[in-house]
Design a protein around this ligand. Structure first.
Ligand code: PMP
Ligand code: GLN
Length: 382
């Protein structure tokens, strides 16, 4: 007998798992799934060992270890100039993924409409569907991924409850412009909506651009939840730790679900990160490090049919294939992982209608030698 229920009939295995599996099978360089291949800071590793030896091996309090939440509140005050109460407004989660799933689950009810900007990172739409919500897609203009004001306004109805923003943006590498954020803030307020701002790449911004966080709009405070990822910021995606911040009322509702979903997250890593975070200059080297990797990759890419689309943030670079081919981007990615030995992510998967511009996402959070070797393999494409 086959299992009788499929609550996500249009969803398969994520493209990240699919491409990583193919990369392993073909012994290809994996520039697909977004994770660093260089090591985590040895100081942070030592702090984890220390936390375990100090006996932090049992359940942490449900919302997270107090010292870590205090450090986050300090960081929010010193870097963003905003006050969040560590006791009632900050919760440590199993990565940003769980924060997002719980944030959506704590708000969305049957029939609620949620605006997503396409292309969108793949975890939002399934969480909306599982809660009975309906996605209203607003596609960003290709190829500069700018926001179409008219399309945003047209997507809002009396049933709209929430807008989900991702800034800096995966997969495009876009850092949203202040005018675009002003517009989104205005639409949220005028229509009495909520907003979730997924800012996991807040510390990866290039070429002197500025990442404006939605938390810097005081008028949105009552209706805003933000999600962050220690995995992304500290190059340790496998640790699956992140956090959510929001006003107290929303966080109370969030924690009702969090307590039965994961209850709490692993304690030793939380203590270690709290210790590590006491140095607030840590973040300053992240963007230059990734910008150098982006530039290294770009300096090695010189195939006439592979056009690089500018990226301003995240550790992703888009590449357009200009050649003649009857294959879809997904088929091309499958062919290249086997024949060129490089795994990339086809971006049609991030669109509701699978828009295929033959654009691929390259992750450059990799060792320099891998970037150079991958560029050479891509340059040999014919
Ligand atoms: N949001 C975006 C935009 C992402 O790219 C990712 C992947 N890291 C996540 C959320 C999930 O983050 P985490 O690995 O901390 O669950
Ligand atoms: N966020 C990562 C990416 O965009 C993948 C995380 C995952 O595999 N779920 O590649």
């Amino acid at each position: 007998m086959s299992f009788p229920v499929d609550k996500l009939p249009h969803v398969g295995t994520t493209i990240f798992s699919v491409m990583s599996q193919l990369a392993t099978e073909h012994k290809a360089i994996n520039l697909g799934q977004g994770f660093p291949t260089f090591p985590v800071d040895s100081l942070l590793i030592d702090l984890v060992t220390k936390a375990m030896k100090d006996g932090h091996n049992q359940y942490a309090p449900m919302p997270g270890v107090p010292i870590l939440r205090q450090r986050i509140a300090e960081k929010l005050m010193r870097r963003n100039g905003v006050h969040y109460d560590w006791q009632s407004e900050i919760t440590i989660t199993a990565g940003a993924s769980q924060a997002l799933f719980t944030a959506i689950g704590s708000l969305i009810q049957k029939g609620d409409e949620v605006v997503l900007f396409g292309p969108a990172y793949d975890c939002y739409a399934p969480a909306i569907a599982l809660n009975g919500g309906v996605v209203k897609w607003v596609d960003l203009h290709y190829p500069d991924f700018s926001l179409d004001q008219t399309a945003l306004q047209a997507a809002i109805t009396s049933r709209t409850k929430l807008i989900i923003l991702n800034n800096p943006h995966n997969p495009s590498g876009k850092v949203w412009k202040k005018e675009e954020l002003d517009l989104i803030a205005k639409v949220v307020l005028e229509n009495n909506l909520f907003i979730i701002s997924d800012e996991v790449y807040e510390h990866i911004v290039f070429d002197g651009q500025v990442h404006y966080s939605m938390m810097e709009y005081p008028e949105l405070r009552d209706r805003l939840m933000l999600t962050f990822s220690f995995g992304k910021t500290f190059h340790a995606t496998g640790w699956k730790l992140g956090y959510a911040i929001s006003p107290k009322d929303w966080m109370t509702s969030f924690r009702k679900q969090h307590q039965f979903n994961v209850f709490t997250c692993n304690s030793a890593f939380q203590y270690a990160i709290a210790d590590y975070m006491s140095d607030l200059t840590l973040y300053d080297s992240i963007s230059p490090m990734y910008q150098a990797k982006r530039d290294l990759l770009l300096s090695y890419m010189h195939h006439p049919l592979l056009e690089m689309i500018p990226t301003s943030g995240t550790y992703f670079q888009l590449m357009r294939f200009k050649g003649d081919s009857s294959l879809s981007d997904t088929q091309l990615a499958e062919e290249w992982v086997a024949n060129q030995g490089v795994a990339l992510i086809p971006t049609s998967v991030f669109y509701n209608d699978f828009s295929d511009n033959r654009v691929f996402r390259i992750c450059f959070a990799k060792e320099d030698h891998e970037l150079i070797a991958a560029a050479e393999k891509l340059n040999s494409l014919h």
